[in-house]
Design a protein around this ligand. Sequence first.
Ligand SMILES: [Zn+2]
Length: 273
Amino acid sequence: MPELPEITIIARQMNKEISGKRIADVDVKQPKNLNMSVSEFVKTVKGKRADRVSSKGKWLFIKLNPGYFMLINLGMGAELLYFNPDQRLPEKYQFKLTFSDETGFTIHFWWFGYVHLVREKNLDKHKLTKKLGVSPTEKEFTLQYFKKVLTKKKARIKSVLLDQKNTAGIGNVYAQDILFEARLHPSQKASTLSEKEIGSLYNAIRNILNHSIQLGGLAYETDFYGKKGKFTAEEFLIGYKTGKPCPVCNTAIEKIKTGSTSSYVCPKCQKLK
Ligand SMILES: [Zn+2]
């Protein structure tokens, strides 16, 4: 599943390739991805110009001029691929958007995803994005903000991190190493974290996510050009490494159940307090 690093990278690449281009046509093969009828969708986007592309958490925001946003969520995973007129299109896709210069992009959802069209003035009413918390790549993600998020939260720290209303963009993949780097057990209650632990966790979130962005994201996800990232299985500190030695103390990594998710922990470095 693409998380913040992968979506950040795609947004940057899309911004570079499509901003300033005029939409000539859209082809929707799976109407349930939309938040309106296909005919209404087509009628609304045709002729509009794509402006800035940005991201928040796991959502892509394409500003359309005049007056709209196209919001894309890749769900459990997808190939969102750029094409130019010389390229063959992928065999499978549910959504295709073509610009007037005959470049464009296709989306092949592995399972399910969204392509929503929202009026700019109604953006803060869009159900699926209006409650998103601040993304760790945004300048608003300060230590102050993070402290406020954690206070009074009785839930396990891992659930708090995964809740998109708190911090948008962290998922089960990167949460593993983030908690390890902060030496925190995933089941520790958020409200019990000390000042020092909050600081370590804040730094770990930024370090781990930025490291992956620098590597081009996860090796099993593709970017806008179909290129795979360089964050391979070896890059993980402890994530998905059951039985392998902890990089700090050599204790065998354990896979444990934490609520509805699985977690990888070093039983010595990440003691439950
Ligand atoms: Zn250890």
